[in-house]
Design a binder for this molecule. Structure first.
Ligand SMILES: Cc1cc2nc3c(=O)[nH]c(=O)nc-3n(C[C@H](O)[C@H](O)[C@H](O)COP(=O)(O)O)c2cc1C
Length: 155
């Protein structure tokens, strides 16, 4: 099994933390999308795409990359970190991947710490920001390890 993870983690390296957990657990190649011009995915039979959530969506960089790739028959999974930590944000990328013929093997999400004033003045985000502090934490990491093991077992 040869696996690749491509991630975007431009804000706080929260998503990178999860990407590294996956890569350590299953021994795969890891690429920060910042360093990607072109990826040769031919030799990989599992590809994970991860991103932080920025204003309600995953990074446009990931979406643009996926658009360019030939993913027919490829096993893929999607992961994200966000203030709220819900898998919902992964859904549009999963749809995009499936529309390109990829086979979705899983979706993972957890909270990632942020400071509300970095992107909003809305009060509700102050509470969310407090709840997000310290994430991804040890519990998130355990969940991430379980997730990647399940994905690999399902191949
Ligand atoms: C510009 C910006 C916009 C954000 N928008 C959202 C959002 O819409 N929903 C949410 O739950 N979290 C949001 N967050 C919090 C991030 O998703 C969270 O901190 C995430 O872990 C960042 O990932 P990264 O450190 O890998 O870049 C936002 C953070 C920033 C900086």
């Amino acid at each position: 099994m040869k696996a690749l993870i491509v991630y975007c983690s431009d804000y706080n390296k929260n998503t990178e933390k999860i990407a590294r957990i996956f890569a350590e657990k299953v021994d795969c190649d890891l690429i920060n999308i910042r360093n990607v011009n072109e990826v040769n995915i031919e030799n990989y039979n599992l590809i994970g795409f991860g991103s932080g959530v920025y204003r309600e969506s995953l990074s446009p960089k990931i979406i643009r990359l996926v658009d360019k790739l030939n993913l027919k028959g490829k096993n893929v999974f999607v992961f994200s970190t966000s203030g709220v930590g819900i898998k919902f944000y992964n859904n549009s990328l999963i749809k995009q991947l499936e529309s390109k013929g990829a086979i979705n093997k899983g979706s993972f999400a957890c909270k990632g710490s942020f400071i509300a004033r970095d992107f909003t003045s809305k009060k509700i985000f102050d509470i969310m920001s407090k709840l997000s502090q310290g994430h991804p934490n040890d519990k998130d990491i355990k969940k991430a390890e379980r997730f990647i093991s399940d994905v690999v077992d399902s191949l």
